[in-house]
Write a protein that binds this ligand. Structure first.
Ligand SMILES: Cc1cc2nc3c(=O)[nH]c(=O)nc-3n(C[C@H](O)[C@H](O)[C@H](O)COP(=O)(O)O)c2cc1C
Length: 185
């Protein structure tokens, strides 16, 4: 492995493949933007059902993907590994988050799991980048909002109601996180 090559990893949990598909799109987008910008980077992707979360701590930039289920609950694979989060050595690491949810079907719990994941990670001392404006969504409540209520604490995707916006959102968010991350390098 070339030591100049930055290692980026996406760790996701997905029940009906939407978060997995978003991960694939994020991986492709990051590959394209890094090569365009001349950033030497390798982007890997792991399903947390098969890969321990602990492995994520080896990466320079870590991206976690989660969907919300059953009225504000965690996606099942995240739920199974939830207690492992507390032991992750993430102090000083850069982390970005994205979530999948359904703003119309579950308007009172939109993206709650994304917020729950954020709250678990932030106490570990990592630097969470990639907050995303909450304009352009219609929902009643969400645990995934920043303290000022203006942002989601990560990229918010809704393939049920806004599938046509997913690609653009991913493109913009990937540019944003690379910008936030590389200015810190
Ligand atoms: C039974 C069920 C419950 C759901 N509950 C929520 C919810 O509480 N909040 C939310 O934002 N989305 C909810 N969703 C929407 C899912 O998060 C969405 O379908 C997502 O794309 C699933 O991603 P995955 O297949 O990667 O797990 C629910 C979907 C189903 C089918």
């Amino acid at each position: 492995m070339n030591s100049a090559t930055k290692q980026i990893a996406i760790f996701y949990g997905s029940t009906t493949c939407y978060t997995e598909m978003a991960s694939e799109k994020i991986q492709a987008e990051l590959e394209s933007i890094t090569s365009e910008k001349g950033i030497q980077a390798e982007i890997s992707m792991f399903d947390i059902k098969e890969h321990a979360l602990e492995k994520s701590t080896q990466y320079d930039l870590i991206i976690y993907g989660i969907s919300t289920w059953d009225f504000g609950e965690l996606q099942e694979d995240w739920e199974s590994t939830w207690e492992d989060i507390k032991a992750l050595e993430l102090e000083g690491k850069t982390v970005a988050l994205f979530g999948l949810g359904d703003q119309l079907g579950y308007a009172d719990w939109f993206q709650d799991a994304l917020g729950m994941l954020h709250d678990e990670l932030i106490i570990l001392g990592c630097d969470i980048i990639g907050y995303w404006p909450n304009q352009g969504y219609k929902f009643t409540e969400s645990k995934a909002l920043s303290d000022d209520g203006e942002f989601f604490v990560g990229l918010s995707l809704d393939d049920e109601n806004q599938y046509d916006l997913t690609e653009t959102r991913i493109h913009e968010w990937c540019s944003q996180i690379l910008e936030e991350w590389t200015t810190d390098l």
